[in-house]
Design a protein around this ligand. Structure first.
Ligand SMILES: NC(=O)C1=CN([C@@H]2O[C@H](COP(=O)(O)OP(=O)(O)OC[C@H]3O[C@@H](n4cnc5c(N)ncnc54)[C@H](O)[C@@H]3O)[C@@H](O)[C@H]2O)C=CC1
Ligand SMILES: O=C([O-])CC(=O)C(=O)O
Length: 329
């Protein structure tokens, strides 16, 4: 076992995703069974007491990998020396709130957190933004951290990826372990494009195995893209354990690498690949090696896919313009 603990800062630690996430991190699922973790929980002052309760339960689990648990209500203190930042806490949309209000409220959270990361995080800091609107919140955080490479700021579309795998497995009867190269393009929103045209199901092209364009267009794509709303409708609360699980998958694969012969999806700053304007934090097919995401290149994009990708990327462009107009970039 290595001896230096990795400092993992989790914001929104007392929330429902935080409650599902912290115990998985502590069990070794995030960074592997040999890496000790120093947990740093960030909450707003009103959330600190509940975070203390969660910390008590973490102590009560006697996880061998946990070297310390500290709780903060100040982002500068919480991100001091952090190696991994899981930015979960966000301002949810409430009744009557316009998109500009939501972007502005979240700018007030992700701007200062980005600045705190810039000021005090470790030089290898890797950030995953989960809190919605995740892609644009990640953009705000990155732009508030000019000394940190922008490639260290990512947003989560792994839940969408996992949802797509789950749907494909249910449709084909093939286990998830035999479904590869699914892609989520664009924004973590209903405009996202879950793409199976390069995917493989039990070694065969997924589109051939399914051979049902109507199912793809009218069932699969909307089911994946609107799954968040369907969970809220069914559970009376938004996805929590599945979101936490996807966050674990994202950081695990980023740090430890993606398996050979497959890829995953993550929202990362665009380098202009596939016509996505440079700098937008958009979801791509990616692999990770040596702790760096790389966009899978050279995929053929059909006209159908092009239209879907462009629509979601256009939404990201509008969000970027909206936060620029609010002075947040
Ligand atoms: N990207 C994705 O795939 C998904 C994103 N989400 C998003 O994740 C976010 C969190 O979801 P839940 O845990 O269910 O929400 P929640 O409301 O249960 O918890 C959020 C927590 O964040 C805290 N918080 C708010 N502002 C903060 C700040 N400035 N610093 C630190 N903590 C702060 C709150 O006190 C609360 O404890 C939401 O924005 C939700 O929409 C949820 C599911 C999937
Ligand atoms: O839809 C929501 O509010 C939560 C979310 O992002 C998801 O479940 O994908």
């Amino acid at each position: 076992m290595s001896t230096t603990p990795v400092k993992v800062t989790v914001t929104g630690a007392a929330g429902q995703i935080g409650y599902a996430l912290l115990f998985r991190i502590a069990s070794g699922a995030l960074l592997g069974p040999d890496t000790p973790v120093a947990l740093r929980l960030l909450e707003i002052p009103q959330g600190v007491k509940a975070a203390e309760g969660t910390a008590m339960e973490l102590v009560d689990c006697a996880f061998p990998l946990i070297s310390s648990i500290d709780i903060f209500d100040d982002p500068k203190a919480a991100f001091d020396g952090a190696n991994v930042g899981l930015l979960v806490g966000a301002r949810p949309r409430t009744a009557g709130m316009e998109r500009a209000d939501l972007l502005s409220a979240n700018g007030g959270i992700f701007g200062p957190q980005g600045a705190a990361i810039n000021e005090g995080a470790a030089s290898d800091i890797r950030v995953l933004v989960v809190g919605n609107p995740a892609n644009t919140n990640a953009l705000i955080a990155a732009s508030s951290a000019p000394d940190v490479p922008s490639s260290r700021f990512t947003a989560m579309t792994r839940l969408d990826q996992n949802r797509a795998l789950g749907q494909l497995s249910q449709k084909t009867g093939v286990p998830v372990s035999e479904i590869k190269k699914v892609t989520i393009w664009g924004n973590h929103s209903a405009s996202q494009y879950p793409d199976i045209f390069h995917a493989e199901v039990a070694g065969k092209p997924a589109a051939e195995v399914i051979n049902d364009q109507a199912w793809l267009e009218n069932d699969f794509i909307p089911t994946v893209a609107k799954r968040g709303a369907a969970i809220i409708e069914a559970r009376g609360a938004s996805s929590a354990a599945s979101a936490a699980s996807a966050a674990i998958d994202h950081v695990h694969d980023w740090v430890l690498g993606t398996p050979a012969g497959d890829w995953t999806s993550a929202a990362i700053p665009s380098d202009g690949s596939y016509g996505v304007p440079e700098g937008l934090i958009s979801s791509f097919p990616v692999t990770s090696e040596g702790g760096e995401w790389k966009i899978v290149q050279g995929l053929e994009i059909s006209e159908f896919s092009r239209g879907r990708i462009d629509a979601s990327v256009a939404e990201l462009g509008e969000e970027r313009e909206a936060v620029k107009a609010l002075g947040l970039l």
